[in-house]
Design a protein around this ligand. Structure first.
Ligand code: PAF
Length: 297
C-alpha cells in the first residue's frame, strides 16, 4: 500500500485535503502540536453537492511522524517555520514538503536554511469552512497547483489523485497568488468589507497603485507581471468570491494574528532589498499591524 500523506495544520484547508485524499483511497494523517497524543477521530466533509462524507482520521504528535509520500503544510504563514522544526529531522531527504500557506517569505527562508530537503510550494483556490472541530464544508471548487522550489522531482501520486497539477514555474504562480492576496486582504480588513465590495469605483485607484507597485517589485526578482493583468486578476477574484470575508478580515474579526507580514510585508521587504519603494503596500502593512495590535489587545 502507498505511504500516507501527512498534513501539518488541521484547519479548514487541511481537513478538506485530508477528506479528499481519504475519498481517493490515499491515507491522510494529521500532525498535531508537540505534546498532543495519538488518536483517531471521526471527521466529516460536506461536499459541494451537499452530500456528506465521513472518515476516520489519525492525528499524530510530531514525535510519532513516520515515513510519508509528502508532507503538506496548511498552517498559517507565520506558523509554518516553527511547526516544521520538530518534523524536519524525521523526514527523509527525498520527501517533498509542500508549503500551501498564503503569502511568501517562509518558502524562501526554509529552502535556504535547509537545502538538504525537497521544498515544494503550492497554491489552491478552493473555499472551505470549518463548521466544527472535525467537520468541514467545501464551499468552492478551485484550481490546485504544486511544484518544486528547486530542480526536478515528480508530483507525489496522492496529490495527483486529488487534482493537483504539476507547475514547474511555481514561483510565478506564487507571485500571482501574492498579488491577489496583497490587493484583496488588507483592504477588506481595513474597510471591514466583503471581497465583492472592492469592485466599487472608489477602490479602483488604491487597487491600481497596489498592482503597479507589486509589478515593479516582482520585476526586481526577475518575475514578469503586467499591472493591468494583476488588477484584472484581483478584480476577477474579488467578484468570484464577492460574498466571502477574506481570511485577513476573518482573522481580525476573530482577534487572531493575520498573515499581513507574509503578504504586504513581503512586498515591502523585497522592495527595500532591491532599492525600491512600495508606499501603498507599506501603508497597508502599518495599518493592518495597528488594527491587529488593537484587536489582539
Ligand atoms: O485569503 C483569502 O481570503 C483568499 O486567498 C482570497 C483569494 C483573497 C479570497 O478571499
Amino acid at each position: 500500500m502507498a505511504e500516507p500523506i501527512a498534513l501539518l495544520g488541521g484547519g479548514a484547508i487541511g481537513q478538506l485535503l485530508a477528506a479528499l485524499l481519504a475519498r481517493q483511497g490515499v491515507e491522510p494523517v494529521i500532525i498535531g502540536r508537540p505534546g498532543t497524543s495519538r488518536e483517531v477521530r471521526e471527521h466529516q466533509l460536506t461536499r459541494l453537492d451537499g452530500k456528506r462524507f465521513r472518515h476516520r482520521l489519525c492525528h499524530l504528535p510530531p514525535e510519532s511522524m513516520a515515513a510519508c509520500q509528502a508532507l503538506l503544510v496548511t498552517t498559517k504563514a507565520y506558523q509554518a517555520e516553527q511547526a516544521l522544526t520538530p518534523l524536519l529531522p524525521r523526514l527523509c531527504p527525498q520527501t517533498p514538503i509542500v508549503l500551501l500557506h498564503n503569502g511568501m517569505g517562509p518558502q524562501q527562508r526554509l529552502a535556504q536554511r535547509h537545502p538538504d530537503k525537497q521544498w515544494w510550494a503550492g497554491t489552491l483556490t478552493d473555499g472551505a469552512l470549518r463548521e466544527a472541530p472535525c467537520s468541514v464544508r467545501h464551499t468552492g471548487l478551485g484550481q490546485r497547483f504544486a511544484g518544486p522550489l528547486g530542480e526536478g522531482g515528480t508530483l507525489p501520486q496522492g496529490l495527483a489523485a486529488i487534482g493537483f497539477e504539476m507547475d514547474r514555474n511555481i514561483h510565478l504562480r506564487l507571485w500571482q497568488k501574492l498579488a491577489v492576496n496583497a490587493l484583496i486582504n488588507p483592504l477588506t480588513a481595513l474597510h471591514r468589507c466583503r471581497n465583492g465590495e472592492l469592485t466599487r469605483p472608489e477602490f479602483l485607484e488604491p487597487l491600481t497603485r497596489l498592482s503597479q507597485e507589486l509589478v515593479q517589485v516582482a520585476a526586481s526578482q526577475g518575475v514578469v507581471l503586467d499591472a493591468a493583468q494583476v488588477l484584472a486578476l484581483g478584480l476577477t477574484v474579488a467578484e468570484a468570491t464577492a460574498a466571502n470575508r477574506s481570511s485577513m478580515l476573518s482573522d481580525i474579526e476573530a482577534q487572531r494574528k493575520t498573515e499581513i507580514e507574509a503578504i504586504s510585508g513581503y512586498v515591502v521587504t523585497v522592495a527595500r532589498s532591491a532599492g525600491l519603494e512600495a508606499p501603498a503596500h507599506h501603508d497597508n502593512l502599518q495599518q493592518v499591524l495597528a488594527l491587529e495590535a488593537q484587536s489582539l489587545g
